[in-house]
Write a protein that binds this ligand. Structure first.
Ligand SMILES: Nc1ncnc2c1ncn2[C@@H]1O[C@H](COP(=O)(O)OP(=O)(O)O)[C@@H](O)[C@H]1O
Ligand SMILES: O=C(O)[C@@H](O)C(=O)COP(=O)(O)O
Length: 411
């Protein structure tokens, strides 16, 4: 294994795996830290954790365990993948995990770059934009678990990290690899270990990727991985895929703006069942009944708890945000288990935490990476008779669900 990756959620990990696979690396996504060694042909291993919103000490523990496994596979470089919208709180977990990995790897020049221009995320003067809006005006300020109220990455990282935070500005990035590397060295000499790096275009990320050659640790969104495979002499390649026959079901616990648009589009065209969190918590709505409903409806049936910020706030107020999140995630995980038992072969999920809960409940150990559906979302093979796609909350076009089902094999 050449490149070892640690993802703080499951959708984000598949986003990174997609980038690496498209760039030609033989990539496998693992659910949690594997107990067995990786296959000899794997060039990039992505260990998907569900560590984005947990206690920081536990996130550090899991990330260091993943690091130890990746090092045992012979990785030459480690990539810590977090969200392109920097999903975190003042307690973490991006800063604490990046600090712990940097200490373990003795990394003194750590790139911090969530940019993903393909999905509209750019970093300029250390500020994170989502399309034409600052992060804190993009809808992310209403996220149920990690509301992002600031777009200044230097300030966000400084609040979370014990290390000094520096900056490589766009005008240096535009000059290319040598200038980026020189500025990184200068920032290190000035005592800055965590370096926010501006990037607006894929071409910037290619230069940053080249500048990252040989660094023990890189952190960021999937964009900054674009240029890494070339450092290992690997060229882009087609990603093989065998479509899957059978029945499709869709599950969404994502309340993000993009998902809500996709749900409005889907509900107008396909059988859809709205899940009320209060019914989940009281037991009035069960996973078994939901799976049965999905199974009995033809086409692309969807079960969704996705709701707008006011409804989410009301649920959190009534039940507490952790209780509500855990109940809904467990519900979707159990629904997926019932779907698999009923013989559903294509499962589409929306939402990072939701997807993590589903993959863990299905006890899927490894995911083979297939072709890209929309930027950042690949088709995934989970077994001989099961394919899935894990959509990040804010990714995908309006007709994403239809498109995803088609790529997976729906006629
Ligand atoms: N109607 C709802 N009210 C409150 N919380 C909800 C509701 N629907 C889903 N959730 C929770 O909100 C969180 C959404 O996070 P996630 O699945 O990561 O989506 P995204 O990728 O859009 O951030 C999950 O913990 C989910 O269980
Ligand atoms: O980098 C990204 O934006 C995604 O890969 C990702 O991590 C998204 O997380 P969720 O929106 O929570 O699915």
């Amino acid at each position: 294994m050449l490149l070892g990756c640690i993802g703080d959620d499951f959708t984000g990990s598949s986003d990174l795996a997609n980038t690496l696979a498209k760039a030609g690396m033989r990539t496998v996504q693992y659910s949690g830290v594997p107990t067995d060694p990786a296959g000899a042909d794997v060039q990039a291993g992505v260990v998907a954790l569900k560590s984005r919103s947990i206690d920081p000490q536990e996130a550090i523990r899991q990330s260091l365990e993943a690091l130890a496994w990746l090092q045992a596979q012979g990785c030459e470089q480690i990539f810590f993948k977090y969200c392109s919208t920097f999903d975190s709180t003042a307690d973490g977990n991006i800063g604490p995990v990046a600090d712990a990995l940097a200490d373990a790897l003795k990394a003194d020049n750590v790139i911090v770059c969530p940019a993903f221009p393909g999905a509209g995320r750019s970093v300029y003067q250390g500020y994170l934009f989502v399309k034409d809006a600052l992060l804190n005006e993009s809808g992310m300020e209403n996220h149920p678990l990690t509301p992002m109220k600031d777009a200044n990455l230097r300030r966000l990282m400084a609040a979370q990290s014990g290390n000094s935070v520096g900056h490589v500005p766009a005008e240096v990035v535009f000059e290319g690899t040598k200038a980026i590397r020189a500025r990184m060295e200068a920032e290190k000499a000035a005592g800055h270990r965590m370096l926010i790096v501006d990037a607006l275009r894929d071409s910037d990320l290619m230069e940053i990727g080249a500048a990252a050659k040989g660094l023990p640790l890189i952190t960021g969104g999937s964009g900054v991985a674009l240029g890494l495979p070339a450092n290992f002499g690997i060229a882009p390649a087609d990603v093989p895929w065998t479509p899957q026959n059978g029945k499709t079901a869709l599950l969404s616990g994502s309340c993000s703006v993009a998902t809500r648009g996709q749900i409005a589009y889907h509900v107008a065209r396909h059988p859809s069942l709205k899940i009320d969190p209060a019914d989940v918590i009281s037991g009035a709505q069960t996973p078994q009944a939901t799976a049965q409903w999905l199974f009995e409806n033809d086409g692309l049936p969807l079960a969704y708890s996705s709701a707008d910020p006011a409804d989410v706030a009301a649920v959190q107020e009534k039940f507490g945000s952790d209780t509500a999140a855990n109940a809904i995630e467990t519900f979707f995980g159990q629904t997926a288990v019932c779907l698999a038992e009923l013989g559903v072969t294509r499962i589409l999920t929306a939402g990072g935490e939701t997807s993590g809960a589903v993959v863990e409940a299905l006890d899927i150990q490894t995911l083979e990476i297939g072709p890209e559906i929309d930027p950042g979302v690949p088709a995934l093979r989970a077994g001989d008779d099961l394919v899935i796609a894990l959509k990040s909350g804010n990714f995908g076009a309006e007709d994403y669900f239809e498109k995803a089902a088609n790529v997976l094999g729906q006629n």
